[in-house]
Design a protein around this ligand. Structure first.
Ligand SMILES: [Zn+2]
Ligand SMILES: [Zn+2]
Ligand SMILES: [Zn+2]
Ligand SMILES: [Zn+2]
Ligand SMILES: [Zn+2]
Length: 313
């Protein structure tokens, strides 16, 4: 009996040994957490795998491609601010959020209407040019876009073909109307002085301006009606007076200062009178004209045959 038991143990033991010695491992592949392991005997081989990390994205942390484990934080979107052309948008993944931004307007100029500097869309119309008045040297031009228009100015004196330039010592016969009886009276008119200066005791200076002052003497056999003044556009009655502005040919008016005086005296039965006129004009102004005419003709609106225009250059 004892022998039989021993045999059974022996056989069982042999079966056990042969089972271990003869099975083929049935491997379960390694994972990130455990090595390759036999499903039957739990034997292991090698090391667990290393995680294979996929880069983090805007919305997800980095993730293991093999086991799905995650680590760290999502990167967050890298936003490009919204413009009038696209909403707020992620530079990396392209995701958008919200609506379009307002246009960014550049004010209208003479070159273009009100215009978005981002997308170029326009609204309204262009502005008029900002003209800089023509001068005797250049045409008028736009200070914004530089466009040039028209001609440079022509002094009225040249345009109207006036014949005289005021000059000290010039004398001419002058016929006008006697104070006493409206009869014609002829004498001599003489330019006794003509000067240009910046300022003097009676005339204050002004930057960019100069005074032009003339004195004309009248030697007449009787008291008479003489009128003096300056004009830049000789158009009629209105201009037979000292005005406090000058008019450029393009129509712009500029205020100026003018002083006028007239006095007369009897000298040896000759009526001597002096007309003095001083006008403060821009240094380059070329249309200043001194005139002498008969007051009676002027007031009646008739053209004085003796009117004399003298350019005050
Ligand atoms: Zn095994
Ligand atoms: Zn893993
Ligand atoms: Zn993103
Ligand atoms: Zn826009
Ligand atoms: Zn312009």
């Amino acid at each position: 009996m004892k022998r039989k038991i021993s045999l059974i143990i022996l056989i069982f033991g042999m079966v056990l040994i042969s089972a271990c010695a003869t099975h083929t491992h049935d491997w379960e592949e390694a994972t990130c957490y455990k090595p390759r392991t036999c499903k039957i005997c739990k034997a292991t081989e090698g090391e667990p795998l290393e995680h294979v990390w996929l880069d983090a994205t805007c919305t997800q942390p980095r993730v293991c491609e093999l086991c799905g484990a995650s680590e760290g934080e999502p990167l967050g979107h890298d936003w490009i601010e919204a413009t009038c052309e696209h909403p707020k948008k992620c530079r990396v993944c392209g995701q958008t959020e919200g609506g379009l931004a307002d246009h960014i307007w550049a004010e209208a100029t003479c070159l273009h209407p009100k215009k978005c500097v981002v997308c170029g869309v326009t609204e309204g119309t262009t502005l008029p040019h900002t003209w800089v008045r023509a001068s005797y040297d250049s045409s008028r031009y736009c200070s914004v876009c530089g466009v040039v228009e028209g001609e440079s100015l022509t002094p009225a004196f040249e345009k109207r073909n006036y014949q005289y330039t005021i000059e000290k010592g010039t004398t001419w016969d002058y016929t006008t109307i006697a104070n006493a009886d409206d009869s014609n009276v002829t004498g001599k008119a003489t330019v006794t002085d003509y000067r240009k200066y910046y300022s003097d005791g009676a005339h204050a200076g002004r930057e960019g301006y100069e005074w032009r002052e003339a004195t004309v003497e009248f030697r007449m056999p009787t008291g008479c009606k003489v009128m003096v003044g300056y004009t830049d556009t000789y158009v009629g009655m209105e201009e037979y007076a000292v005005t406090n502005y000058i008019t450029y040919p393009d129509g712009t008016r500029l205020p100026v200062v003018a002083t006028e005086s007239y006095k007369y005296d009897w000298e040896d039965d000759v009526c001597v009178s002096y007309a003095n006129l001083a006008v403060q004009v821009p240094e380059s102004y070329e249309d200043l004209v001194f005139y002498v005419c008969s007051a009676d003709y002027a007031y009646s609106g008739r053209v004085d045959p003796n009117i004399r225009f003298m350019e005050m250059k």
